[in-house]
Design a protein around this ligand. Sequence first.
Ligand SMILES: [Zn+2]
Length: 470
Amino acid sequence: MTATGNRDEPGNARARIVMALLAGLVGCDVDLEQPTPVEVPPSASGAHRPIVVVTIDTLRADHLGAYGYVRETSPNLDALAREAVLFDQAYSTAGTTLPAHVSLFTSLYPLQTGITSNGPAVAASGARVARLLQEELKMLGYDTGGFVSAAPVKARSGLDAAMDVWAEPARGVPQRPGSETTDLALAWLADRDGAPFYLWVHYFDPHSPHEAPEGYGELFASSDGLAEFQRDRGFPADRSPELTALNDAYDGEIRYADAELARLIDALRKGGWYEEATIIVASDHGEGLGQHGRLEHGRVYQEILRVPLIIKFPGRFELNGTRYADPVSLIDVVPTLVETLGLDVGSRFVTQFEGTNVFGSSARGRQLYAQRTFRSRPKAWGPGKKFVLFDGRWKLHDSTHVDNELYDLLVDPHELTNVIEEHPEVGDRMHTKLAELLGRFNEPGLRLNSGSDDIPDGFLDELRALGYIR
Ligand SMILES: [Zn+2]
């Protein structure tokens, strides 16, 4: 385990921002007011209120029991969902690991953060305006720990900012099994001394290459029940054995990750934290598995963007145990936590939010945004740019390199029939709105990007091993 120490002492925050302004690194007015570090009050039971984020990489919502899947891939996640708020229509902001995670932790879209692929990195805290959730919690007195499983979110990404303890696969090792990450997280939990804590655990097992871990390969080695599921999603009637085998292995990987989630939840229960903890389980994106002609991720169809999102709030929060039907985005998670938990974060952090508290009135009837992965140097990640705007019904794909597409998700939830010719007025209206958003998102004020596309030696090899570069 690598202990990084606390590199984000609250007392230095104002000095850092002043330095950033003097250095011309920020391009907009900045509120210099910073939160005073405070003790998070103990709950009635005497326990503090931990916040635990679990991201299970590459996890499609529709392959989970809680979201109606035909196979029992997720008994432990399903059990947690029954005690939590389950978001039926939760969407990522991009089909790639790092941009989606940065959106989750900042409440900003990828064009706003400047992190649009796995290549860039979040700049050092003194060289940017926008902040990550863990940086705010650190200033509120939380102990912070990050335990990740794969290359795109290693410390070079900048996501280790303000983490007291950080653990990742060794240099040159692109990913590791969830059991190793859980072991390290549990050891850190065992050392907690009563201070409130923020824990992020990242699992990577459902990511390609799709090979179920030992003991999980045979669990789903048949196509039982899958025919209707795949037919609904546009697979040809003579589904290839290769695609079915890929699906079986993917489901085995999910079941394995679900067992690791169970170990984590069990430790929270045994440590006496579960009841008062806020536990968020989400994914950064899904996986193609053959839909729309693609096996992996990066694009913006539903099988990529629709992710699980489950939030168990503390204690007897009245909405635990309910389902939330309207579309929400990963950028809504932090604003929802801040308002629902009453976190005394800085006013500047709140004003950076692009997302909203999903329990507030402003969450209704919104249009949400996401985008395809791209880099400023396009050759590494394929051609062109593609943006999507969507609500509970319509979804516009706006592309720089192929014809635009429009889908009516109410009647075509898997995006099989492009209806842009039938509904030109809807496409035009959404295109105009999207153009407005892109203009605003391209303003540089909140960027976290370190400004360099230079990729360190060895990192390209790790990305290549994970299938990002061919
Ligand atoms: Zn990912």
